[in-house]
Write a protein that binds this ligand. Structure first.
Ligand code: F6R
Length: 245
């Protein structure tokens, strides 16, 4: 591990995505083993998959863990395979043995759009806050679905997805137009309140975003640059994602 900016932000570079995932899984296990009721924040998408896969090999009981997803698409029918509720269920809850009632995902079909964020924030608060937030990063530097120019003070809310994000995520849908235009996401201030942040990225497509987030100016143009201000961050990268550092 080589500290990049002082002691608080540690960057750990690995030969492959699988190795980065295994190291990140060890980190998560190191929190949960002595603290089986820990509160985790969960990212979806391809970045955390090696972590979730490696966690399956760890001898770990996650039944008492509470978890909060970072975000959810707005407007997908309940049970849609690409809704993050479905993805979290099939990729995290079922394979890792979390207790479904302890796993929360923002409501992507809220009766009252303006109330959805407040309700989710209240659930996080009632759980005592998030101990460890797992994050991926968008090629445009987003975390959660906080797109460039999201305020650092933002809380959980409905946002419009950037065109680039919809293009990036079209690979998960039958057609580019099928990617939802909006999502509910934890805000940057919500993410920042987690006691520890764990960012995982792999592949050359993330190298530029990683460079801007970790070594560029701290600016709302690059939402992930807020990590430079957080007191406790670990970044797990494949060599390809770290190539521009
Ligand atoms: C997903 C999320 C997003 C993704 C990011 C990277 O819950 O909040 O910020 O982490 O879009 O996506 P992948 O990992 O698919 O490249």
């Amino acid at each position: 591990m080589s500290p990049l900016k002082g002691q608080k932000l540690t960057v750990s570079v690995h030969a492959s995505a699988g190795d980065a995932g295994a190291a990140a899984a060890e980190h998560v296990a190191g929190l949960v083993r002595p603290n089986p009721t820990a509160v985790l924040g969960l990212a979806t998408g391809s970045s955390p998959l090696p972590l979730y896969q490696a966690l399956q090999q760890a001898d770990l009981n996650l039944k008492a863990v509470t978890a909060f997803a970072l975000d959810e698409y707005v407007g997908l029918p309940a049970g849609h395979a690409q809704s993050y509720a479905s993805v979290i269920r099939s990729q995290v809850v079922e394979p890792l043995g979390l207790t479904p009632a302890r796993v929360h995902v923002p409501d992507g079909n809220p009766a009252e759009v303006n109330a959805v964020g407040e309700a989710y924030e209240a659930q996080i608060l009632a759980a005592g806050g998030i101990d460890l937030q797992i994050l991926g990063i968008g090629s445009n530097g987003h975390i959660g679905f906080n797109e460039p120019r999201s305020p650092f003070s933002s809380r959980t809310r409905v946002v419009a997805l950037a065109d680039r994000t919809r293009q990036d995520n079209a690979r998960f849908f039958e057609a580019p137009e099928a990617v939802p235009t909006h999502a509910v996401t934890q805000g940057l201030a919500t993410i920042f309140q987690a006691r520890h942040l764990l960012l995982i990225a792999h592949g050359p497509g993330k190298a530029q975003a990683i460079k801007r987030a970790l070594t560029g100016p701290v600016t709302e143009d690059v939402p992930a640059s807020i990590l430079q201000l957080h007191p406790s961050v670990t970044v797990y990268l494949s060599k390809a994602a770290a190539a521009l550092l």
